[in-house]
Ligand binder design. Structure first.
Ligand SMILES: C[S@@+](CC[C@H](N)C(=O)[O-])C[C@H]1O[C@@H](n2cnc3c(N)ncnc32)[C@H](O)[C@@H]1O
Length: 370
């Protein structure tokens, strides 16, 4: 079977590496998605463990279509009764880019009609009650190539379940995990996020350090599919629980706002990790106790939260504070401010283009000084 892990632009290599660490082979990277092969156990494992992907889909078919007739006929001919029962509630979602068939709602309607015709014939019936399990099928069209795929996750993979309330402008859990991996976070090194907001990056770091599967606390759409082995999610959950480690964590989260820290504490408790939290302005940051470490931060962009000039003053303050950190600290800042390096006053050693909630942003890395 072929699976598709969708991800934010810029995180394809990170997701591919996550899959390969799970022992998965035949991995192919494309823009904003990674394709791989496996069975339903692989799918359950990917649902539970992928930290940086957005969704997981099971590919049903791919074909070329430039007209609604082609789209309809191709779907009508597929062996769909292996996925859908006579009473399955089928919800079609869609997207289209750079294709002749650009009206997504029309494509969704045509695909639904073709599935209904297909199943009526397969089950030799005139009625499909749609009172049973709900399955989401996505029709995606890119350059006139259609991909039909079942949504295996339901809520996006970012939704680990620990974040119950959002503080202002939270980073998606998947992107937070991606920032940590791109910053070369290692469990045995101190990690500090001095503007932690709702605590996402410190909590994601703790889950990585403890080798915790990020999906353990939630359910997935595929768990209700009648055509998968009954034990696959339970088996993968048991295996994931068995490999959890209990490492001592040197992970620090702080924020100027008391409400952010109390929310972070609640989220960490929900996630089952114990971290060091502190209400503190970044201007007071002092990590001199640790000669090396990784600093990650997601400061206000000067759009949604602080006014631009306040954000810019903060970036200048960050430079002063970061320059006082021991030389073995790398600094990793994710922001969408187009002029960050100029205001911060130093060119980054590495820049990675990413997107956060549809907004283009950059991860600036200032490496360890040797
Ligand atoms: C974009 S939010 C961080 C969101 C966070 N990554 C999350 O997932 O929730 C920026 C954070 O910077 C904090 N902040 C603003 N000025 C600060 C300062 N001078 N010192 C420390 N934190 C500050 C805000 O309170 C806010 O929580």
């Amino acid at each position: 079977m072929i699976f598709i892990a969708t991800c934010k632009m810029g995180l394809e290599s990170v997701v591919a590496r996550e899959l390969s660490l799970l022992g998965i082979e035949n991995i192919k990277k494309e823009d904003a998605r990674v394709i791989f092969e496996g069975d339903f156990y692989t799918m359950a494992q990917a649902c539970l463990w992928l930290r940086c992907a957005e969704r997981l889909l099971l590919q049903v078919a791919t074909f070329h279509a430039e007209s609604f007739e082609e789209l309809f006929e191709n779907v009508r001919r597929l062996p769909l009764s292996q996925y859908f029962k006579r009473d399955t509630f089928i919800h079609v979602t869609g997207k289209s880019a750079k294709s002749t068939l650009f009206s997504v709602s029309d494509c969704q309607r045509i695909v639904k009609k073709a599935i209904v015709d297909n199943l009526k014939e397969a089950y030799n019936t005139q009625t499909l009650p749609e009172t049973g399990e709900r399955i989401i099928i996505e029709v995606g069209i890119l350059h006139d190539e259609v991909t039909l795929a079942l949504d295996a996750c339901g809520a996006g993979l970012s939704r680990r379940g620990y974040r119950i309330r959002n503080y202002d402008a939270p980073i998606a859990e998947s992107l937070g995990a991606g920032v940590l991996i791109l910053s070369h976070f290692k469990p045995d090194m101190p990690l500090c996020d001095p503007m932690c907001g709702s605590g996402t990056m410190p909590i994601e770091a703790a889950m990585m350090a403890q080798n915790m599967a990020v999906g353990l606390q939630r359910s997935f759409a595929a768990e209700t599919w009648h055509f998968i082995p009954h034990d696959c999610f339970e088996l993968m959950r048991t295996q994931a629980r068995d490999v959890r480690k209990n490492e001592k964590l040197l992970i620090f989260g702080s924020d100027i706002d008391e409400r952010a820290i109390s929310l972070s504490k609640q989220h960490a408790k929900n996630a089952g990790v114990m971290l060091n939290w502190q209400v503190m302005p970044i201007q007071k940051l002092d990590m001199s106790e640790y000669q090396k470490g990784i600093l990650v931060c997601n400061p206000p962009y000067g759009e949604r939260m602080l006014e631009k000039k306040d954000a810019e003053k903060l970036y200048r303050d960050m430079r002063k504070v970061f320059d006082k950190l021991p030389q073995g600290w790398s600094k990793n800042v994710i922001t969408s401010h187009p002029d960050f390096e100029r205001i911060y006053g130093k060119r980054a050693d590495k820049r990675r283009n990413l997107s956060n909630g549809g907004k283009k942003c950059t991860l600036y890395t200032y490496m360890f000084e040797r």
